[in-house]
Design a protein around this ligand. Structure first.
Ligand code: 5RP
Length: 215
């Protein structure tokens, strides 16, 4: 799958333009994108990063990393996903970076999602849905989301997000109404963000298989 991820990542360079500040996601597919973006480092104005991991990789290539507060609205955000449905709604957060990813996606005009073919699904939910939670609310949120969804929350033990929070992975879902579920879960006190990207889905999905597809 790594060849497919690399192909998708390199295709995303088609959307980069001179002078842009590029929003950059997190994960192994995005790592290929950052490596490819290095060739553009003198042509772009910099990047806004969604994680400490991506920041370190960007800086290692000499790409300037900017604060979103100073960057304003972005033209382009490039990120991977754990699942993508036919409406370009996503599950994200396998790398625990969902909150900052969601913020940057919201701040961007165009969200280009780069995946290998295994991420494409008809219905979201086989991949456990990551939910970032304030640590002291972990048990409360777990009980409440079990009650609301019937899904099985599992604490991603040992993982602390870049924001100092914890992750609950919600198993056994079949998400036919992603927007409704995203809204419902966002209401639970203690939830920081939900790895469902339905309110702000991807605009373009690049699937780096053979043949390469741009949807
Ligand atoms: C990180 C993410 C990633 O985009 C997602 O987990 C996909 O990762 P990869 O490109 O390594 O398959 O949401 O929080």
């Amino acid at each position: 799958m790594s060849e497919a991820k690399k192909r998708a990542a390199e295709k995303a360079l088609d959307y980069v333009e001179d002078g842009m500040i590029v929003g950059v996601g997190t994960g192994s597919t995005v790592a290929y994108f950052i490596d490819a973006l290095a060739a553009w480092k003198d042509r772009i104005a910099g990047a806004v990063s969604s994680s400490e991991q991506s920041t370190a990789r960007l800086l290692s290539h000499g790409i300037e990393v900017l604060d979103l507060n100073n960057a304003g609205r972005l033209s382009l955000y490039v990120d991977g996903a754990d699942e993508v449905d036919p409406r370009k709604c996503l599950i994200k957060g396998g790398g625990a970076a969902l909150t900052r990813e969601k913020v940057i996606a919201e701040a961007s005009e165009r969200f280009v999602c780069i995946i290998d073919p295994s991420k494409r699904v008809d219905v979201l939910g086989k991949f456990p849905l990551p939910i970032e939670v304030v640590p002291m609310a972990r048990s409360l949120v777990a009980r409440e989301i079990l009650r609301l969804t019937g899904g099985q929350p599992v604490w991603r033990d040992g993982v602390v997000t870049d924001n100092g929070n914890v992750i609950l992975d919600l198993h056994n879902l079949r998400i036919t109404e992603p927007l409704v579920l995203e809204r419902e879960l966002n209401q639970v006190p203690g939830v920081v963000s939900v790895g469902l990207f339905a309110r702000r889905p991807a605009d373009i999905v690049i699937i780096g298989g053979e043949p390469l597809l741009v949807l």
